[in-house]
Design a protein around this ligand. Structure first.
Ligand code: FAI
Length: 531
């Protein structure tokens, strides 16, 4: 069925004139609301104002423009039912076969600083979503129906189809457009509900709405979940989070698995915490969501070699992330081990050629986002049985000036550099986290233990297994030592300096233990639990 008449009513006017012109050239009659009609008329296109069409003026400050039976009857009447066609004829309601609508910019309005409740309310579109939903509902069947266009990005494709299909839209296209349209209005209403139910007693917007609506788009269905008997898919936030793993571009390799994506996220978040602009490359190797090696280097290959040496056994099948370009030397070094995924903001042509020889290796490019790479303002979500925990991301960072020395001995300059490095790593290690470091690399990582003392012992054992020594190293503990026992394990293993939050009721006992053993100890004042 040929499209004979289109109703165009858009707030976002990008591409509208060209689209309307192409429709006109296809013989489609144009019907439009105030601002849109003016835009088209000024461009020399013949257009009928909806108010002339219905015989009713746009009124009540634009709150009522298209809400009229002549508009909605033209959209909602079924083309395949004789009775509907007769009713439309009897009431002089011509069919409207194409509806082109995008809505008042609610999200953009409330994002403006100082947006009042009144501004927000006036930017809730009523007539637009009504037309979008009506047209989407009546997308019809093979006998005919309405096309609903909500995204200016689709204009080109719609025109191409009309041109090649004798001025008609296929049922398949109308159905796909309808799905997109219902998603569009659902998200529009979600944004309104999130904002309104997030207002506090003074009508100031807050971060946690009473009713939380989340919006994600499917990137792909995955082969399986954490285990082969689980189904899985990967979704990306509708409003892109710059610098996040979800913005990956895969250069080569097998399809990503559920665990690949989870571990790639852990590796990427950790490596981004180190600013490449500070002049050193960073490499992070992750296994089962924990870093098993993190290191700084003068080059990417040096950073990789150091990170690998922390725990070569665990690094097998790991996810390897860099905060800088991977060059040929780094690619050749990495290619020497079995890895699941390689991630970097940039990969040189020479390095790509090296990876290309390993067909299955998954290689991802992820833009760093802003300096230091943080996804500012993003929330963390954690599913629990029957609920969702929501928190702001752990964006706390420490500078040397924030650190309080609590021991008699003050850390040396080299110890202080390593302490800051170790603290940065500990944030990405599952609690209880104990991280031994020396010369800008991890030498032992204790992760995910129920006891901090066990974590301290395990990290030292792992260092020994990797033929590294923790003697003369520094240690970060993600949370305070509840007793002196944990500190004693570190000191006896040969650590010379410790960074930890402090704040235990037994801090005095722990400080005394450090002083007894000549260990320099500093407090950060905040912890980095990670579960
Ligand atoms: N009230 C109505 O009947 C109505 N009909 C269409 N609109 C919206 O008015 C906007 C276009 O207006 P204009 O063509 O005047 O620039 C579109 O975002 C459209 O969704 C309406 N506005 C709000 O509810």
């Amino acid at each position: 069925m040929k499209v004979t008449q289109a109703l165009i009513s858009v707030s976002e006017k990008r591409g509208t004139v060209d689209f309307a012109r192409a429709l006109h050239q296809l013989g489609v009659k144009l019907l439009s609301t105030g601002g849109t009609a003016k835009l088209l008329r000024d461009a020399g296109l013949p257009v009928t104002d909806v108010s002339d069409y219905t015989g009713f003026p746009e009124m009540l400050d634009g709150r009522v423009k298209t809400l009229h039976p002549k508009v909605h009857g033209g959209i909602l009447g079924r083309r395949d039912l004789a009775e509907h066609r007769q009713t439309m004829e009897r009431h002089d309601i011509p069919a409207i076969d194409l509806v082109v609508v995008n809505l008042y910019p609610f999200r953009e309005t409330v994002a403006k600083p100082g947006c009042t409740l009144e501004d927000a309310i006036e930017n809730i579109d009523i007539g637009g979503p009504t037309m979008v939903r009506a047209a989407a509902k009546n997308h019809g069947n093979e006998q005919g129906g309405v096309g609903i266009v909500t995204d200016p990005e689709d204009y080109g494709q719609i025109i191409e189809e009309l041109q090649s299909n004798d001025g008609a839209l296929s049922y398949r296209t109308r159905f796909e457009l309808a799905k997109k349209a219902f998603t569009h209005t659902a998200r529009y209403d979600s944004a309104i509900a999130n904002w309104l139910t997030g207002l506090d007693a003074d009508n100031k917007p807050g971060p946690f709405p009473d009713a939380l609506q989340l919006a994600f788009d499917k990137v792909e269905t995955l082969r399986y979940g954490e285990n082969p008997h689980q189904q899985a898919a990967f979704y990306r936030e509708t409003v892109a989070v710059p610098g996040s793993i979800a913005s990956y571009r895969q250069l080569q390799g097998k399809e990503l698995s559920y665990n690949n994506i989870a571990d790639a996220d852990a590796a990427w978040e950790c490596v981004k915490a180190f600013d490449a602009a500070a002049g050193l490359a960073t490499c992070v190797i992750v296994k089962h969501a924990n870093p098993c090696g993190v290191a700084l280097g003068a080059s990417a290959s040096e950073a990789y070699r150091k990170a690998f040496s922390t725990d070569p056994t665990s690094a097998f099948g790991g996810i390897i992330a860099f905060n800088c370009a991977i060059d040929q030397a780094a690619a050749e070094a990495v290619a020497g081990q079995f890895a699941e995924v390689i991630i970097a903001p940039e990969i040189t042509e020479e390095a790509r050629a090296v990876f290309a020889a390993k067909q299955n290796l998954r290689v991802l490019i992820v833009p760093l986002g802003h300096p230091g790479g943080k996804c500012a303002g993003a929330f963390d979500y954690k599913r629990v049985g029957g609920g969702l925990l929501v928190q702001s991301a752990d964006e706390a960072r420490i500078a040397q000036s924030d650190i309080k020395v609590v021991s008699k001995r003050v850390p040396t300059e080299a110890e202080m550099r390593d302490l800051l490095f170790a603290w940065n790593v500990a944030k990405y290690v599952k609690s209880n986290a104990i991280v031994y470091c020396k010369d800008g690399m991890t030498v032992g990582v204790g992760a995910g233990q129920m006891s901090r003392v066990d974590s301290a012992r395990i990290a030292a054992i792992k260092a020994e297994n990797a033929k590294l020594t923790v003697k003369g190293s520094v240690v970060a503990s993600d949370a305070f030592f509840p007793f002196r026992d944990g500190l004693d394990v570190l000191a006896q293993a040969g650590a010379t300096a410790v960074i930890q939050p402090g704040g235990s009721v037994r801090d005095a006992e722990v400080i005394a233990a450090a002083d007894e053993q000549g260990v320099a100890m500093v407090f950060t004042g905040f912890r980095h639990f990670r579960h």
